[in-house]
Design a protein around this ligand. Structure first.
Ligand SMILES: Nc1nc2c(ncn2[C@@H]2O[C@H](COP(=O)(O)OP(=O)(O)OP(=O)(O)O)[C@@H](O)[C@H]2O)c(=O)[nH]1
Ligand SMILES: [Mg+2]
Length: 439
């Protein structure tokens, strides 16, 4: 039975000792063996960063060259033996695998190694769980965790998690749910309802907000510098910035001033990462609705990361999943101050590939005016200007127009008011319908 439905997750425990494991897929794609190895090692470093963020120290890293994972054990039998020896010698209590493991692989590995086994998705979910602050984020994560756990909910799993505790067990599963998957399903249904209500509230809030303002969303790989950029763009903004993954989980919106006192709303939201569990994306829909509804996306890239090209691809894929890949996007290459001299050739290459590319340092405030200029250009490309004359007796229409567009000029005559305004294409139909009522 679930005793405390609102206390499903425990708070953090002391740091654990972990091993991290990945495969080098030597035969995959058109890469040379050296490239495959370099990529696997980069991915392993990212996994180490994730592990650190989750609160464990990486004491051992293991790779194995294999074209595909072993169906039963992920690694080969001999490698599992080797891992077991290292874990015993180093007193490691936790092994984390860079790929999503099947429930069978988890069970077998747990039996062979007799330590806790976690995969990349489980680790990411754990980090999200411990970092969630608002009730919305907590609800979204609990839902993702339960859906992830459901097929993995076996006696072996609950038995082991009870024995080992710590990372990956802060989710549901400690004691009560071990025998009753039905209750987990009930809980899932309840969380979905709760999220439905939250997104309803969002919709209501949205319908009451300023339609005339352009909405800009910051997207990008985790740790690219999205929150730093928001702080730089919006004076007086103090969004949490940290050199760790997933510092931001909730959407924060600030208004930013552009030339001639024009304003836009800029939203910072959760970062993306490779192999972000799809359940997580699905349950983060409410948070990510800010991305879905944005007029312009700023895709922030850490240009100093050796993996930035792959990170761009991951973000593009996630945007496709969200259906936001067609939103006008400015590529913002950040951390210019960290780019080494011998990499400067990248700038002209990237400028060619991405016509709207901007190079900045959010932290040092470099390139920010140029970025604002590009944003203005994109906004102008996606809006149009019109001048209308409205009879005074229809003055209510004039005030509605103030809500749907950016009024640049207003002249009163005895019988009419003349407005010159700039309207975003998304409001075109509403403006046309409104004007038809005055005709
Ligand atoms: N050197 C340098 N560091 C930067 C720059 N911009 C951000 N950083 C650093 O990069 C780290 C991550 O910055 P955040 O703004 O938290 O990144 P984020 O994209 O919001 O990350 P998540 O919310 O975790 O997805 C922090 O340590 C920042 O201080 C920059 O222009 N130059
Ligand atoms: Mg952030």
């Amino acid at each position: 039975m679930i005793a405390h439905p609102d206390k499903f997750f425990e708070t953090h425990t002391p740091r654990e000792r972990a091993a991290i494991v990945t495969l080098i897929r030597s035969n995959a794609g058109d890469r040379s063996p050296d490239e495959a190895r370099a990529e696997a090692l980069e991915h392993l470093s990212e996994l180490a960063l994730l592990t650190d963020t989750a609160g464990a120290d990486v004491l051992y890293r293991m790779t194995q060259e294999r074209p595909t994972p072993d169906v039963a054990l992920y690694l080969g039998k001999g490698k599992v033996e080797e891992l077991k020896r290292h874990c015993a010698a180093l007193e490691i209590q936790l092994a984390i695998f860079d790929d999503e493991l099947s429930p069978v692989q988890v069970r077998n590995l747990e039996r062979e190694l007799n330590i806790k086994i976690l995969d990349r998705s489980g680790l990411i979910l754990d980090i999200f769980a411990s970092r969630a602050r608002t009730s919305e984020a907590k609800t979204q994560i609990e839902l993702a965790q339960l859906e992830y756990l459901l097929p993995r909910l076996t006696r072996a799993w609950t038995h082991l998690s009870k024995q080992h505790g710590g990372i990956g067990t802060k989710g549901p599963g400690e004691t009560q749910i071990e025998t009753d998957r039905r209750l987990v399903k009930t809980r899932i249904a309840r969380l979905k309802e709760k999220l439905g209500a939250i997104s309803q509230q969002h919709a209501t809030r949205r319908s009451g907000r300023n339609d005339e303002l352009t909405r800009i969303a910051l997207v990008g790989y985790t740790n690219a510098g999205k929150s730093s950029l928001l702080n730089t763009l919006a004076q007086g903004s103090n969004v949490f910035v940290e050199n760790r993954l997933f510092a931001t989980l909730d959407a924060t919106t600030r208004s930013v001033e552009f030339a001639q006192g024009r304003e836009a709303l800029v939203t910072d939201t959760v970062g993306f990462i490779r192999k972000l569990p799809t359940k997580l994306i699905a349950s983060f829909r409410t948070t990510l609705s800010e991305v879905e509804e944005a007029d312009v996306l700023l895709h922030v890239v850490d240009i100093a990361s050796p993996q930035f090209e792959e990170q761009i691809e991951v973000v593009d894929e996630t945007l496709r999943d969200l259906g936001s890949h067609l939103t006008p996007t400015i590529m913002v290459f950040n951390k210019l101050d960290l780019l080494e001299e011998d990499k400067k050739y990248l700038l002209s290459e990237l400028r060619e590939r991405y016509p709207h590319a901007v190079f900045i340092s959010a932290e040092r405030g470099i390139g920010i005016e140029h970025l604002k200029g590009e944003i203005e250009k994109v906004i102008t490309e996606n809006s149009f200007e019109l001048t209308v004359e409205i009879p005074m007796k229809h003055y209510d229409i004039a005030s509605r127009l103030h809500e749907l567009g950016d009024v640049r000029e207003r002249i009163f005559t005895e019988t009419h008011v003349r407005l010159r305004l700039r309207v975003h294409v998304r409001n075109k139909e509403r403006v046309e319908r409104l004007l038809a009522t005055a005709a």
